[in-house]
Design a binder for this molecule. Structure first.
Ligand SMILES: Cc1ncc(COP(=O)(O)O)c(C=O)c1O
Length: 355
């Protein structure tokens, strides 16, 4: 293979750092609590591979119908993709012109909104969350000229769900001016807070979902874009053919069966109970300053001496997540695992000194 270098890539990509996913950051240990994955292993399943000499067909029709049934929508309002991440990427590509248009996000939040904007050469307006992690509505309303507004609900990495009235106020404010994308990757942990019912009233609203979190299928990487006809028309023009490989479609259909949804709900209940137990115990440790309330499968806590906390976790073989945002420099995010996993975390952090 030639080792000669060339510089034919788009110039704006030269200094771009790839998105630092949990897997890319890596680490050494045996307890992975850094990617908000499910701790529950999936069972083996048999697959019909007889049609694998053809391009996949099951993706569009059956998976859209199954997800629509689950979400209470029409199949035409559902687009199945390679994870919620592909939905975010398509939305930025479909609605932001390079070097002209901008997205709005409210940091600290999920990093892919900014990463996708950088790849597309779109601008980024960051209207930081207020000190209590709520939306700064006045500051959001003061921003002009954005094409896509990303609201992460519940927000990763702070863990809080946003009040419905505030979400609706932002959606109403941007009608006719910008798309409002509500990223509901963790919504199964607070399903009553979903903005999906608002899709009927707002054709500039898009909801992004995934099977990677509550459904426990990160390894299959299937996500959904939920929207009305105008957005779907645009998405169909730019999405690559056959976005869902057939094995992924078969596993998604299994997860979206009555039995699969019941199983997901039981696991969510178990994880939410474990999350609350863990958050309470963590808050009592002397080295912990604050544990943020969470409506998700993770808990973010700030520490008196975060480097010592991190070292203690590494020494115990636990990989959690440090957060790149300056406001969270003293924080660590923990994905909720099994009761035994979380007991190990508490034990690793128990001896950190207080003030
Ligand atoms: C808020 C948020 N949105 C989207 C994603 C990506 O989901 P997917 O695995 O479906 O690409 C994540 C993954 O961590 C996330 O935290």
């Amino acid at each position: 293979m030639s080792t000669a270098k060339h510089d034919l890539a788009c110039p704006h990509l030269a200094d771009l750092t790839p998105y630092q996913s949990a897997r890319r950051i890596g680490g050494s240990g045996d307890l992975w609590l850094n990617a908000n994955e499910s701790p529950f292993p999936r069972e083996p399943m048999t697959m019909d591979v007889s049609e694998y000499h053809r391009y996949p067909d099951r993706g569009p029709g059956e998976v859209h119908a199954a997800y629509a049934r689950y979400a209470g929508l029409e199949p035409a309002q559902v687009l199945a993709l390679r994870g919620a991440d592909e939905a975010i990427d398509l939305l930025v590509r479909g609605y932001c012109r390079a070097r002209r248009d901008r997205i709005l996000l409210c940091g600290p939040t999920y990093g892919m909104y900014e990463s996708c904007a950088q790849v597309q050469e779109a601008g980024v307006v960051d209207v930081p969350l207020a000190a209590d992690d709520s939306l700064d509505l006045d500051a959001i309303r003061a921003v002009e000229d954005v094409r896509v507004v990303f609201l992460c609900h519940p927000n990763n990495p702070t863990g809080n769900a946003l009040p419905c009235e505030e979400l609706e106020a932002v959606i109403r404010h941007f009608a006719g001016r910008a798309l409002v994308v509500v990223d509901e990757a963790y919504i199964e942990f607070c399903p009553e807070r979903s903005t999906v019912p608002l899709l009927a009233r707002h054709d500039h609203l898009v909801v992004v979902r995934t099977l990677s979190k509550a459904f426990g299928l990160a390894g299959v990487h299937v996500g959904f874009l939920l929207a009305g006809a105008a957005v779907m028309d645009t998405m169909r023009k730019i999405v690559a053919p056959y976005p869902l490989a057939d094995p992924c479609a078969q596993i998604a259909l299994h997860a979206l069966s009555g039995e699969g949804i019941a199983r997901m709900r039981a696991e969510v209940e178990q994880l939410a109970a474990e999350r609350d137990r863990f958050a309470e115990a963590l808050a009592r440790l002397p080295g912990v300053v604050e544990v943020r309330p969470s409506a998700t499968n993770f808990v973010t806590a700030t520490f008196r001496a975060v480097d010592s906390a991190w070292e203690a976790l590494l020494a115990a073989g636990i990989i959690a997540r440090r957060l790149p945002h300056p406001r969270l420099a003293d924080a660590i995010r923990f994905t909720i695992g099994t009761a035994a996993d979380m007991a190990r975390v508490l034990q690793a952090l128990a001896d950190l000194p207080g003030r």
